[in-house]
Design a protein around this ligand. Structure first.
Ligand SMILES: NC(=O)c1ccc[n+]([C@@H]2O[C@H](COP(=O)([O-])OP(=O)(O)OC[C@H]3O[C@@H](n4cnc5c(N)ncnc54)[C@H](O)[C@@H]3O)[C@@H](O)[C@H]2O)c1
Length: 390
């Protein structure tokens, strides 16, 4: 299969590209390196330094014999994206090329607007490029479990639900309520993909993924093959951030009550799930939703797990309590459905409790590098403020 990976330089895009090549697929990467730039903008860097793309591709060839093609460019530029899709004639396009930080989108008006524009225009450009070049191309679009918010009902893994309002029945799109401008940009993407499916018969898998953690996948066997690993308050997702905090001796940044629950999964499991969804496309013209997570855990559960794992490695860890900079429910019901991936044969590998120790160990060699960005870890970006530039 020939797969274009939009966002191939990213945390998920790079390991997915390696996995697809390991499975014998042809991979064409696309990226404009904006995550590297935006992480530098907030005064931070990947905990694990990553080489430039040319060096990554060279390393993949030397270590595994993989041949990867790459186009540098911005997918909000329609002519660029259309040209790549036309030239490469893929079977599938994986779409990761979006800005993925909730706090970044909440910094101020400029960042909110950038997040919306980058994410929504890129997706629209992809829909149009596919429709113009070959409507049979399968789009694997990465959304987020955060699109659903934390409703007081079981979250269905469906595009539509049946409702009765004032005695009249109808079908409406599954209710969503994002918790940041970033999450709303993903909700708008979902609506746009659903509409493209309805009017243009776009074939799409819309993945609702929970936060991912980890440093490793089977193919990351050499220092030059590492994927990026963000940990500052703007770009770091919670588990990865806690592991860095353990190594640097920062009390783990539990926001609010710590009882907020989400569905988490390891990098290895995310890549396994993505490969299954790519290799098992939906029917032509079908819109498929896939919820993607492995364990439902509270922030307090995660803090305890990371503390225990780090202490086994001889690192003393304190758990901190911080006022929640976000506007979110502290205590809530949370029960998302997951049936698409298990049906395709998804079998999670290791749980967080088994992986956290290795993760912490993998970070220790980079302690000096991470320490340079020590002052970017504690929560600063506050949802209640309209200006959060330092
Ligand atoms: N990492 C997670 O825990 C997680 C969880 C749920 C969903 N997601 C989603 O998965 C996708 C990938 O996430 P990630 O963690 O790999 O993020 P990432 O920021 O590391 O990777 C995204 C890549 O896309 C590129 N990109 C962004 N806008 C672009 C544009 N306009 N043109 C070309 N390239 C562009 C970036 O430079 C980056 O390399 C994102 O859509 C994110 O919202 C991530």
């Amino acid at each position: 299969m020939k797969v274009i990976v939009l966002g191939a330089d990213g945390y998920l895009g790079w390991p997915l590209s390696l996995r697809l090549m390991a499975k014998g697929h042809e991979v064409v990467g696309v990226d404009n390196f904006v995550t590297r730039k935006n992480v530098r903008e907030v005064g931070s860097d990947s905990a694990i330094p990553i080489p430039e793309m040319a060096e990554r591709i060279k390393a993949a060839k030397e270590v595994h014999g993989f041949k990867m093609k790459f186009h540098e460019g911005d997918i909000t530029d329609y002519d660029f994206l259309h040209k790549v899709v036309k030239e490469e004639k893929p079977d599938t396009v994986v779409h990761f090329a979006e800005t993925r930080s909730a706090p970044y989108s909440m910094i101020n008006a400029k960042h909110a607007s950038y997040t919306m524009t980058n994410n929504i225009s890129g997706t629209l450009n992809l829909i149009y490029s596919i429709m113009e070049v070959n409507p049979l191309i399968h789009v694997v679009k990465m959304g987020t479990m955060g699109e659903y918010g934390t409703p007081n009902f079981d979250i269905p893994e469906t595009a539509f639900v049946d409702v009765e309002i004032n005695g009249k029945k109808d079908r409406i799109t599954t209710p969503k309520f994002g918790g940041s401008w970033y999450h709303w940009s993903k909700v708008h993407d979902t609506n746009n993909i659903l509409f493209a499916n309805k009017v243009l018969k776009l074939t799409a898998t819309d993945i609702m993924q929970g936060p991912v953690y980890g440093t490793r996948t089977t193919e990351i066997t050499d220092e030059r093959l590492h994927t990026r690993f963000d940990f500052d308050e703007v770009w770091g997702t919670v588990v990865n951030r806690f592991c860095v905090e353990s190594v640097l001796g920062v009390p783990l940044t539990v926001y609010g009550s710590g009882e907020q629950i989400r569905g988490y999964l390891s990098l290895e499991d995310s890549i396994q799930a993505l490969s299954l969804l790519i290799e098992n496309p939906p029917e032509r013209g079908e819109y498929r939703v896939a919820n993607q997570f492995v364990e439902l855990l509270s922030i307090n559960n995660i803090a305890e797990t990371v503390k225990k794992a780090a202490e086994k490695e001889g690192i003393k860890v304190n758990i901190g309590k911080y006022e929640n900079p976000r506007v979110e429910a502290d205590r809530h019901y949370y029960k998302p459905e997951i049936k698409v991936l298990p049906k395709l044969g998804f079998r999670p590998t290791l749980k967080m409790a088994d992986l956290a120790g290795q993760l912490v160990k993998d970070l220790v060699p980079y302690k000096k590098h991470m320490a340079k960005f020590h002052d970017r870890i504690l929560p600063y970006t506050n949802w209640r403020r309209t200006e959060n530039t330092r």
